[in-house]
Design a protein around this ligand. Sequence first.
Ligand code: F3S
Length: 688
Amino acid sequence: MSAGLSRCAVPVSIHCDHLIQAVTGAEADLEKSIVSNKEVFDFLESAARKYGIEFWRPGSGIIHQIVLENYAAPGMLMLGTDSHTPNAGGLGLLAIGVGGADAVDAMTGTPWELKAPQVVGIHLTGKLDGWATPKDLILHIAGKLTVRGGTGRILEYFGPGVSGQSCTGLATIANMGAEVGATTSTFPYTERMRAYLNKTGRAPVARAADEAASRGFLSADEGAEYDEVIEINLSELEPTINGPFTPDLATPLSKFGSFVKENGWKDELSAGLIGSCTNSSYEDMTSVADLARQAKAAGLTTKVPFLCTPGSEQIRATMERDKVTAALEDVGAVVLANACGPCIGQWKRDDKKDEENAILTSFNRNFKSRNDGNRLTMNFLASPTVVTAMSFAGKLSFNPATDSITLPSGKPFKFSPPTGQDLPAAGFAPGDTSYYPQPAPEPQPKTEVIISKDSQRLEVLEPFSSPFGEGSGNPRGLELPSLKVLMRVRGKCTTDHISAAGPWLKYKGHLTNISENLLITAVNDEGGDVNVAFDHDHDSSQPHTDTIPGVAKRLKARNQPWALIVDDNYGEGSAREHAALQPRFYGCAMIVARSFARIHETNLKKQGVLPVWFADKADYSRIGAGDTLETIGLADLLNGNPSATIKIKVTKRDGEIFEIPTTHTMSSDQVNWLRAGSALNYIRSQMA
Ligand code: F3S
């Protein structure tokens, strides 16, 4: 919309999976969530129609499962605005989780950039056995690499152990590569990927992949070198349980009982949850159904609430047809809507409020409060089969591989290792076909994108105006107008400090509302207080001191563009584009930093904010709130001289004047963005 394009530059799909709350069960929950989130879903649906985007409405499933079933293909490059996008790597591609700004690059045909990652080779030998599953492999790897071990790296699996895994098992492994911070995970093309493509109605894709593989593509080059190689013998792998509160705290199942005891936790499970984008494949579901049938035959039902979120309508319908759902419900399971549900905190849990308790899930994340909002809930991650077996025992110390459950008759009952089917013999059942969008729909330009005027969650994003040229009111030509310094930010300032998450997330579609959180946890270096700023030009009706967004709003109301002085590594953390949008919205035109985090620096450039670096870091403390800054040399850069340097003339509040040198990283493309007011404005101007 902002770029003025009539269609996306690449095929795009939209998925509505995060907003459906789990309360009583699939049907009622879905109905309720559709009503409470109507404005968001209507907006997404109408935008999809206008721009020719495939729209998967609420209830159709979780993005990553739908992508694996419908869009992923060996050898492709895919971006998704969710950190578990690498799930699609199960089909041998590069699927990378990005922020919204990166997705906009792809959707508008702007070059998308990524610092070339290292490649870690994970060499798999041997064969998974007994209770060990692909989930256990990635839980084990998370323990080895820790939550930071994959940062800036792609995990490429190779070796004889790869071909033994189902395509969906590989997807589980790739999914949780996100938990070690990996850029993505990938695998060579295998027979079982071909089988999956054929079963999901994509025989032509399978043929194309076969053809590419026969010419030596879709696997590592002969003699490929890796930055590091990790050896794993699958035959030695035992089931693993990770947590609580971090996905890299890995404990082998055989030691888990003593781990619980050593920590003094109650040996009590309070709920078991299976499914999610990580583990809701047909193979997962038939394996847990096998355990449910064994338990039912012994007269058991689960001891604790046992919830299941199918990953897609196709999985749900196939489970129902093949009596998997019946097997789970027979032992007490509640099947929830095809959506993220408890995995993203959409779990209306009435018991265990503010009480320490332990849950076991087949999900991928286990940060505090993630599932039920209770910081005391310990979420342990495991395979769906371990979660299921332990839900019958109700005890954390239960090891289904070795222990028995005592039946009411007094007899012991021991599970046999579960067996599931990789793919349904009768093919997948599509279920409710109204969930499936028309493939590659033509844009309908006459469609009105639905955003209600009084909405608190959505707002049309008006293009930012350029500070240069006719109509800008800037008397300084191609130099920035004179800027007031809003504040000098002290120390660490991540994108979370700039745009806090939590309750603010619901305003992500409403720039005015979310901007109220601008820098609210940042420290003002003049005084050392959090969320305090000084307005040296206030009139008699306004106090001198206000919150940071408060002063930013005053400057905006005075049409006074402003600048920030910031410390080292400004904007580190997530790629959150709101951290660049919000200052720009209030009139920020330049940020002068001791240093920038790379992604945030690019995001600032995209929104038309000039990021410059102190040539001498000591100059940081020479500038304070209320000082006036003027660029010198920017016009030279904007006129096409890539080696132009920018100086800043500082006029202190007491009248002292001096100049400081700076450096910048603006490329010639990025100079165009600045000149146009934003990258999207530039794209729009190119369309004219
Ligand atoms: Fe949804 Fe949880 Fe996956 S939030 S996308 S099911 S990680």
